[in-house]
Design a protein. Structure first.
Ligand code: HEC
Ligand code: HEC
Lengths: 269, 356
């Protein structure tokens, strides 16, 4: 399964490189098709553009005023489920840097027949992907390393959201809202041998039914405010830093994540 | 794992063989290929090195680049070589806080150590990222008035008039006609061979040598978000580069005078950002930071522990800035330092291939 995923990814890349042959066979009207995704971000509905980072103040549900500096997140296993139950899963992954706009456009490496599908993806990596033997060279090479330290159970970050907020005594403090697989420890700080339990806190986002045509582009919206809102009202004053080894914080992030993503505009080009 | 390697080779083959026809007649002369040897840890963990299609590594190119790197002929008055500010025994950095140019003038930035540059995937070079490839980078010191202060026509003439160089350029690039582009290509090839991957820590990762309990604990502090949290910028064991090659403000100045990356990008949000240096070979590269302000590693660790100051563009990973930092204990500081030093690679600075 894993090997297949890798092969799919690599042959996809190979195709891209080989495609300078310019021999477009422009015929078959019912050819299988790839599907494009565009990942966008907003705060309570207000679109977040590059120019908003570090400059625009947002107020979270708990009333803290914050700015964002960094917003990078991982999605994987985009899946198309047809009405007859057939499942198409490209099995690849995409690391999105919202501020720089890197990989906000993503085309999973799979071609599917046109038609109606339930479209879903995984936020982060499920345990199977997270623990892939040998890891991922591209993710290890991103952001210094997108990986999670071994004492915290290894695997990869799901999201790095970082910024500044005004704390309860009125001074500016930084926050690092990093989501990873929840890990609990017999004693803190974490170290070799302290790891007690790991819980898979990746989650599946179901975008609902989408009609896939010859050239469909699906917008996936992230409402950043939701990370702080529902069902757990987040108090940055207590949970602003060292959240990676904070088991309860990771569980709350996982619950709040359920409301973060939604289907945006679907363009049939 | 094996399959991963196979896939990458396949990919490379596809990549190299696609669209080949377009430069058929440029390929009349080919020097002896000398593919970069990728260390095991790099092979296993990170992406392949960045080598431009138009400047493959060759035996003759590397040899020529090395000769040029150590030769003062590139400077206006024949007194200064690249190696004067990038000395092998200092991991190709300069022990002086600011390097001295041919006319005695001082720069405002510390020299940078040179290694593993083929794995700078963003290809932004210098402390402020103003060069976008190694080949391009090399154009700068030669003409920089506070460095070698030369002109390219002058360099080309002196090399052309030299007894050996025309033949060496012919062997490397197929023509005795010397131009600046081939000078930069040759030096870039040599610089790409400067690979450092044999520190004590590397050997420990490969199971060849154990870390001491102190070094092990130092790694733990480095990885602990509540204490070091160095890894979010300087990387993890599965990124043997020990840098993200990205630009940050790590809290050194309240008032920013050198705009760094922000000067290049023009974005005020990046004022005072500098490229994260690798933590490899720190034993040989003092002083530290873009302006060489810290003479010792202890000063660096004290900075992160209690010396942080706030400015608008400070990175959110810098914690407890209002009190100067998270205040490590003396024991933690000593262990962190021991770990950092385990990333130094004496075999790199002693490698005979890299000496004049
Ligand atoms: C007078 C001293 C001096 C000389 C001579 C000199 N350099 Fe440098 N080098 C520096 C300094 C200082 C920096 C950092 C400058 C900055 O970032 O603004 C630097 C940076 C570099 C870098 C960037 C490394 C990185 O990781 O971004 C490379 C590569 C480099 N030099 C190569 C060379 C080569 C090749 C030559 C000879 C053609 C050379 N240098 C000559 C002082 C010197
Ligand atoms: C926000 C990212 C970031 C974090 C986190 C970080 N650093 Fe750095 N580090 C940098 C940058 C950027 C520089 C260069 C700054 C400059 O010169 O202006 C640097 C410089 C250094 C240097 C000097 C290296 C040289 O060759 O000059 C050392 C040593 C170092 N850091 C160690 C550490 C340690 C130890 C930690 C954890 C306690 C740490 N860093 C945390 C970004 C970071």
């Amino acid at each position: 399964m894993k090997l297949l995923k890798k092969i799919a990814l690599f042959s996809m890349t190979a195709l891209v490189f080989a495609s300078c042959k310019s021999d477009d066979d422009g015929g078959d009207p019912v050819a299988n098709t790839t599907v494009d995704f565009t990942f966008t971000q907003n705060f309570n509905g207000a679109a977040i553009a590059n120019s908003d980072y570090e400059t625009t103040n947002y107020t979270n549900e708990n009333g803290e005023v914050l700015t964002l500096s960094k917003l990078v997140y991982l999605v994987s296993d985009v899946t198309f489920t047809a009405a007859d139950g057939t499942v198409y899963d490209a099995g690849d992954y995409n690391l999105i840097d919202a501020r720089n706009g890197t990989n906000v456009n993503f085309t999973p490496g799979i071609e599917i027949p046109q038609g109606d599908y339930t479209v879903s993806f995984t936020f982060g990596f499920d345990d199977e992907d997270n623990d892939l033997a040998g890891g991922y060279q591209d993710l290890n090479s991103s952001d210094g390393s997108w990986a999670v330290p071994d004492p915290l159970g290894g695997g990869y970050h799901f999201m790095r959201m970082e910024g500044m907020y005004t704390n309860s005594i009125g001074s500016i403090e930084s926050f690092q809202y990093h989501t990873i697989r929840a890990n609990s420890h017999t004693t803190l700080p974490p170290g070799p041998g302290t790891l007690d339990e790991l819980i898979d806190t990746s989650f599946v986002v179901n975008l609902g039914t989408v009609t896939i045509g010859a050239d469909t582009d699906i917008e996936v919206q992230m409402d950043v405010a939701e990370w702080f809102k529902n069902p757990n009202q987040w108090d940055l004053n207590t949970w602003f830093t060292v959240l990676m080894p904070n088991f309860d914080a990771q569980m709350d992030m996982n619950e709040n994540g359920a409301g973060v993503f939604s289907l945006g505009t679907v363009n049939q080009n | 794992m094996r399959l991963g390697v196979l896939c990458r080779i396949l990919l490379l083959v596809v990549f190299l063989s696609s669209c080949e026809d377009k430069d058929d007649n440029l390929q009349q002369y080919t020097a002896t290929p000398a593919p970069l040897e990728v260390p095991q840890l790099f092979e296993d963990n990170i992406l392949p090195p960045v080598i431009p299609d138009d400047n493959p590594q060759t035996v003759e190119g590397i040899a020529l680049g090395k000769k040029l790197f150590f030769d003062p002929i590139l400077s206006l008055d024949n007194t200064q070589a690249c190696a004067d500010c990038h000395q092998p025994e200092n991991s190709f950095s300069d022990p002086r806080r600011f390097s001295v140019g041919i006319d005695g003038s001082l720069g405002t930035r510390q020299s940078m150590p040179l290694f593993n540059m083929a794995w700078n995937f963003n290809e932004k070079f210098f402390w402020d990222g103003r060069s976008v490839s190694l080949e391009e980078q090399i154009f700068q010191p030669v003409t920089n008035p506070i460095e070698m202060d030369n002109t390219w026509p002058n360099v080309e003439n002196s090399l052309q008039d030299h007894a050996d160089y025309p033949a060496l350029f012919e062997e490397a690039f197929g023509s005795t006609q010397i131009d600046s582009v081939n000078v930069s290509r040759a030096i870039a090839q040599f610089l790409r061979t400067l690979v450092s991957a044999n520190s004590k820590f590397d050997r420990a990762e490969l199971g060849l040598e154990p870390l001491t309990p102190q070094e092990q604990n130092g790694l733990n502090i480095y990885l602990d978000e509540g204490r070091g949290d160095c890894f979010h910028c300087h990387g993890l064991p599965n990124n043997p580069l020990w840098t993200d090659n990205i630009f940050h403000n790590n809290g050194m100045d309240e008032i920013i005078t050198d705009l760094g990356f922000g000067d290049v990008s023009g974005d005020p949000r990046e004022f005072g950002h500098f490229k994260t240096p690798s933590l490899r070979n720190l034993a040989f590269t003092a002083p530290y930071m873009h302006d060489g302000r810290f003479a010792t590693l202890d000063e660096v660790i004290d900075h992160y522990s209690e010396g942080l100051v706030f400015s608008e563009t400070i990175d959110p990973l810098m914690k407890a800035v209002s009190t100067g930092g998270v205040a490590l204990t003396d024991g933690d500081k000593a262990d962190l330092k021991a770990f950092l030093l385990s990333l130094s690679d004496p075999s790199f600075i002693n490698n005979p291939d890299f000496q004049e």
